[in-house]
Every structure is written in C-alpha cells, then in structure tokens.
Design a protein around this ligand. Structure first.
Ligand code: AMP
Length: 286
C-alpha cells in the first residue's frame, strides 16, 4: 500500500493504474475509520481493480465553534484498516498542501445546499464541494464511493460532478448501523455512555416514521411529530431539524406522494449527529 502526502506522486499513481487498464475507485474520508467507511472500501474493492483512499480533516467545511479542533484522529489504525481491505493508495495531505493559497477559490452548488444541513451549517457545503473537486483532480479515478449517511452531501456531489462535466461516476452506498440502529459515525466515539443510549433515538425515530409510511400514513406533519416525540422522550437534545424531503430535489414535502427521505440532525451534548431513511411509497411512481 502506497501512503503519500504529496499531490504529484498521488496523481501519477492513479494515472499509472488507469494506463495499465485498471478500473480505479476512490473513497474520501476524514479518518477515524469505522465499519461505515470500511463498507465503502469494500464496495470500491468489489467494483475496481485499484482503490484509493483519502484521509483529510478538511478545515473549510467546519464553521466557527464546530468540532474541528476536537475531531478524532486515529491515523495508524486507519492505515491498518486500509491495509486490511487491500487498499492500493492512501493520500494524507496537510492543510497547506490542499490550500496553498488559502481558500480563495471555492466551488458552490446552489439549490440542493440550501436546506437541511446547509441551513444550519453556513459555508459547510462550499467547503465540501471545494475539497472534493480538488481531490477529484488529484485522484482522477473512474468511480467515487459516498455513503448515504450524508445523503445531502451525496446529492450535492453528484450535482457538482454532473454540472462540471467531471469524468467520474458517483456511487452511493447504504448506511451502516450499529446493532442497535445507531448510524456509525466518527463522532459517536465522543458520546458519553448516557449520550450513546440517547443517540439511538435518531434511528428509532426514523424507523418509526418509515413504519408509519408502510402503514399508509402520508401526512408529513404527523410523521415529523412521531419523530420529534421519539427523540424528545429519549432526553434533552437540541434538534437542528427533523424533515421529510423529496428524495431527488430535497424540497420539503407536505404529503408523501413521491420518493421521499426523512432526515434528522440533533445535537446531544457537544455532538451533532445526523441520520436519514428512505420513505418509499409503492403508489408514488418514483
Ligand atoms: P467522513 O469521514 O465522516 O467524512 O465520511 C467519509 C465517507 O464515509 C462519506 O462518504 C460518508 O457518507 C461515509 N460514511 C460515514 N459514515 C457512514 C455510515 N455509517 N455508513 C455508510 N457510509 C458512511
């Protein structure tokens, strides 16, 4: 496994693999790898002959007062996990390498970034799309794998890649959960035992909403109420949002009359957790 923190050798390694006729895949991460990340590595390994991973805690996607300084770093364990999954290349740049002139140039995706996390984390998605565009240039792979855990991010990146005519295919991968339902996240390790119990309320709420939809509930206000009740009864939490949106446009819905997504963002102590679930209705026609 080739571990590199400079741009040119990284780009050359990907281009060499492509020249050899290998199908190349990319998994972008901020490190502190867990089974959710590993599922992306495996998806990439299944579909590609060469798998590249990036480990970079991107400062520009954190707002003032967010947990940048506190973000978990476990580089040695991460490299071990990558080795174990047969990763070919790991790119671990410094901030100075990624932003040699600061953040003068940015990539902005309008529309999809306005609601949900975009409404609560000012500048977050500009930070994400800018770093992802840079990483796509540095690691010009055929495919890139992203988790549905960050559902809005997945749609935003797909939009960006399409609009900028980037020759890369964006592949979405399902959310990996703990046995009790909590969506895996690098931030979960910051939860106290008490908060860890409380955190299960997010996935419980989402699954309760999905069940109500299967039982023919179509009214979004009532679904949001169900989710809010579940989360509030688990203990004090600051709710950023609990929403049901169109699964393609992320526009808020009043009734579930098309493919939808329930999305939640909740702060438990200093931890901001997000999760989402598909709400599919057979009679919706997509
Ligand atoms: P992060 O390191 O949190 O920036 O995440 C890197 C990638 O892993 C993103 O594409 C995430 O959506 C994905 N990811 C994080 N947690 C999970 C999870 N529980 N299941 C599936 N994918 C995940």
């Amino acid at each position: 496994m080739f571990v590199v923190s400079e741009i040119e050798p990284c780009r050359l390694a990907v281009l060499d693999a492509r020249r050899d006729g290998r199908r190349t895949g990319l998994v972008l991460t901020m490190g502190a790898l867990h089974e959710g990340h590993v599922s992306l590595l495996r998806a990439a390994r299944r579909r590609c002959d060469f798998v590249a991973v990036t480990i970079f805690v991107n400062p520009t996607q954190f707002g003032p007062g967010e947990d940048l300084d506190d973000y978990p770093v476990t580089l040695e364990a991460d490299l071990e996990a990558c080795r174990g999954e047969g990763v070919d290349l790991v790119f671990t740049p410094t901030v100075a390498t990624m932003y040699p002139k600061g953040d003068v140039t940015t990539v902005h995706v309008a529309g999809l970034t306005e609601g949900l996390c975009g409404a609560h984390r000012s500048g977050h998605f500009d930070g994400v799309t800018t770093v992802v565009a840079k990483l796509f240039e540095i690691l010009p792979t055929d495919l890139a794998f992203f988790g549905e855990k960050d559902y809005q991010q997945l749609l935003v990146i797909r939009q960006m890649a399409g609009d900028l005519h980037l020759p890369i295919q964006i592949v979405g991968c399902p959310i990996v959960r703990e046995p009790d339902g909590l969506a895996m996240s690098s931030r979960n390790r910051k939860l106290s035992p008490q908060q860890r119990i409380q955190a299960v309320s997010l996935s419980r709420a989402l699954h309760a909403a999905a069940k109500r939809v299967r039982d023919k509930e179509r009214d979004v206000e009532r679904l949001v109420q169900t989710m809010t009740d579940q989360i509030k009864k688990a203990g004090h939490a600051q709710i950023d949002y609990i929403e049901v949106v169109d699964a393609v446009t992320l526009a808020p819905l009043v009734r579930i009359d098309r493919s939808a997504r329930a999305c939640v963002a909740v702060r438990i102590g200093s931890c901001r957790l997000i999760d989402n679930i598909a709400l599919d209705v057979p009679d919706a026609g997509g």
